[in-house]
Design a protein around this ligand. Structure first.
Ligand SMILES: *[C@@H]1O[C@H](CO)[C@@H](O)[C@H](O)[C@H]1NC(C)=O
Ligand SMILES: *[C@@H]1O[C@H](CO)[C@@H](O)[C@H](O)[C@H]1NC(C)=O
Ligand SMILES: *[C@@H]1O[C@H](CO)[C@@H](O)[C@H](O)[C@H]1NC(C)=O
Ligand SMILES: *[C@@H]1O[C@H](CO)[C@@H](O)[C@H](O)[C@H]1NC(C)=O
Ligand SMILES: *[C@@H]1O[C@H](CO)[C@@H](O)[C@H](O)[C@H]1NC(C)=O
Ligand SMILES: *[C@@H]1O[C@H](CO)[C@@H](O)[C@H](O)[C@H]1NC(C)=O
Ligand SMILES: *[C@@H]1O[C@H](CO)[C@@H](O)[C@H](O)[C@H]1NC(C)=O
Length: 488
């Protein structure tokens, strides 16, 4: 008993300490900012009762490096005719959501995008991926795309060329799209600097065995994950995207909330509550890892409803705006880049014909699945071809499965630490995927978001103490009874 009391005193002491020191360093301010954001975000969510029904607009919240692009090309482009696709989906600057006569929006823009959409007529879908793999893939893709520029003699000429190209073609390139518009130029500059150093230093190049740590050729993974840019746009990226709090958010307060959560890890709880609620309300949540099951589920849940929606006799679409049609095939984030180099030109052509106009307005789910299978196997060939030809420019760096196994455990742990929110959200997404979330939710509900951390601690501590006393009491009573019985 004495022990419990001591424990309680210690708890309260600890709480006081946390509260006291935090007030000085802005924790109090941050706490109230984050909490009020969370409250209003949870309030604005509406009824979830018809969340299983596809609404007029399908919004694919594409978390980078989750494989969303194959869903876009191999499912959505086969389902929706081009004219129903919202103009320049991936391009925040030029998309005008005020008149969405369109039915499909696929974008890396975060959830705050829904503030510009007719919310009660919009269904949201997304795909999540294991956070460690997502960071690896982000690192690799940043370098892969940047390495394509190494065909140029120097950074100046590479940059000039890109500017000329983007003003000529009206398409959207990877460099216009968040987060690549930050990650690719950053890596491009870095790759050129390392190449210049190699050229000027002559022969003293150390070829290490580990592709993720070859500083003479590319930024080592460890340096990448600890860089401020990665902090801004990579880590916990899925959670921030679903919460609408990315560096690219439409909401003014998003940046303060995000900075607070990055500064005080305990506040992440509020962001997770919002993100989980939004996943709950989505029409579909897929998992990159469960590739086959996710695709089948997508075809049956989303595909089937799109087919019947677009074939409904009374589906009044009133599409009039055809002016920007030509650019639609370019909304793939990396199809339009570097078109001038021969290998990539070939790739772009295949990609756009691959993703071409939905041919049948009246396909079955089975037909959709077989079209998907063919499409994805072509797409995979194209991507791996493109990756090989791009990484050749920074050989001996080669990002393979075997090379990943060489990455030290400390680096993996660092990634996990930096992506704590994403790890929890991913577990939650898995639960949704396997329909296990009912029990999880119930456990979650006792955590009332409106109670402050302080109240929560107090309630929990009191409850534990109370339970302990009851237990003790019962134990004593029981023991007494027994001893009495024995005496009798
Ligand atoms: C970059 O390359 C271009 C084309 O070869 C050349 O004209 C230019 O002088 C180079 N710039 C620098 C700073 O080396
Ligand atoms: C290099 O890596 C391979 C496996 O990828 C391993 O078998 C080999 O022993 C390594 N060599 C050195 C010098 O570490
Ligand atoms: C987003 O992140 C990039 C890369 O770190 C940075 O340059 C940019 O200023 C950030 N934008 C905001 C609004 O924080
Ligand atoms: C089409 O008709 C069905 C029932 O016949 C109705 O539920 C639906 O709201 C109608 N859709 C439109 C866009 O009018
Ligand atoms: C594109 O490549 C061709 C040769 O393949 C070259 O003649 C042309 O100048 C290049 N265009 C640009 C804009 O660099
Ligand atoms: C769709 O296909 C079914 C049979 O597969 C056919 O009965 C129906 O008329 C078709 N509807 C349209 C709008 O083409
Ligand atoms: C990188 O590895 C892949 C297979 O994992 C291989 O096909 C490719 O040729 C390698 N690239 C280089 C430059 O060694």
């Amino acid at each position: 008993m004495d022990h419990t009391l001591k424990l309680c005193v210690f708890f309260f002491f600890l709480l006081g300490l946390v509260n006291g020191s935090s007030a000085k360093s802005g924790f109090g301010q941050c706490h109230s900012v984050v909490r009020s954001w969370a409250r209003s975000s949870l309030d604005e969510e509406m009824r979830a009762e018809d969340k299983h029904t596809l609404r007029d607009l399908l919004y694919f919240l594409h978390v980078p490096r989750t494989g969303g692009r194959t869903y876009f090309h191999c499912f959505l482009k086969k389902l929706y005719p081009n004219k129903l696709e919202c103009p320049r989906s991936y391009d925040k600057l030029r998309f005008d959501p005020r008149k969405p006569k369109c039915r499909l929006l696929v974008t890396h823009d975060d959830y705050s995008m829904t503030s510009k959409l007719p919310r009660d007529r919009t269904s949201v879908v997304t795909i999540l991926r294991d956070p460690v793999d997502r960071v690896f893939s982000t690192y690799e893709f940043s370098i892969e795309v940047a390495a394509r520029f190494l065909v140029h003699p120097n950074l100046t000429s590479a940059t000039k060329m890109t500017l000329r190209l983007s003003s000529k073609t009206r398409g959207v390139s990877t460099l216009d799209i968040w987060p690549w518009k930050y990650l690719v130029p950053w890596m491009r500059e870095d790759l050129f600097a390392r190449r210049d150093d190699r050229y000027s230093s002559g022969q003293n190049i150390i070829e290490r065995n580990d592709s993720y740590d070859m500083e003479d050729f590319a930024m080592p993974l460890r340096e990448y994950i600890n860089h401020p840019v990665a902090m801004d746009v990579v880590h916990n990226g899925a959670t921030f995207q679903v919460a609408g709090l990315t560096n690219n958010s439409y909401i003014a307060e998003a940046h303060e909330v995000r900075h607070c959560v990055q500064k005080y890890k305990t506040l992440g709880k509020y962001v997770l509550d919002v993100a989980k609620k939004r996943l709950d309300d989505m029409l579909y949540v897929g998992l990159t890892e469960e590739h086959r099951e996710s695709a089948t589920k997508f075809a049956n849940v989303v595909g089937a409803q799109v087919i019947s929606q677009l074939n409904a006799p009374n589906a009044s679409l009133e599409i009039t705006d055809n002016t920007e049609r030509k650019s639609f095939s370019d909304s793939d984030p990396d199809s339009s880049e570097h078109k001038n180099s021969t290998s990539n030109r070939g790739v772009s052509e295949v990609t756009s014909s691959e993703g071409g106009e939905a041919t049948k307005s009246n396909m079955t789910v089975g037909e959709l699945m077989s079209a998907y299978e063919v499409c994805i196997s072509n797409l995979r060939k194209i991507h791996s071809h493109r990756r090989v030809s791009s990484l050749k420019r920074i050989s001996p760096v080669n990002f393979t499965k075997e090379a990943r196994l060489q990455v030290p455990e400390e680096v993996l742990n660092e990634i996990r630490f930096l992506n704590d929110l994403d790890l929890e959200l991913y577990e939650y997404a898995r639960a949704i995927f396997y329909n296990r979330h009912k029990t999880l939710l119930n456990a979650e509900e006792s955590w009332d978001i409106s109670t402050s951390a302080y109240d929560l601690w107090r309630v929990v501590t009191l409850a534990i103490t109370f339970a302990f006393f009851i237990f003790l009491y019962l134990l004593i009573v029981n023991v007494r009874r027994r001893t009495l019985k024995v005496k009798k």
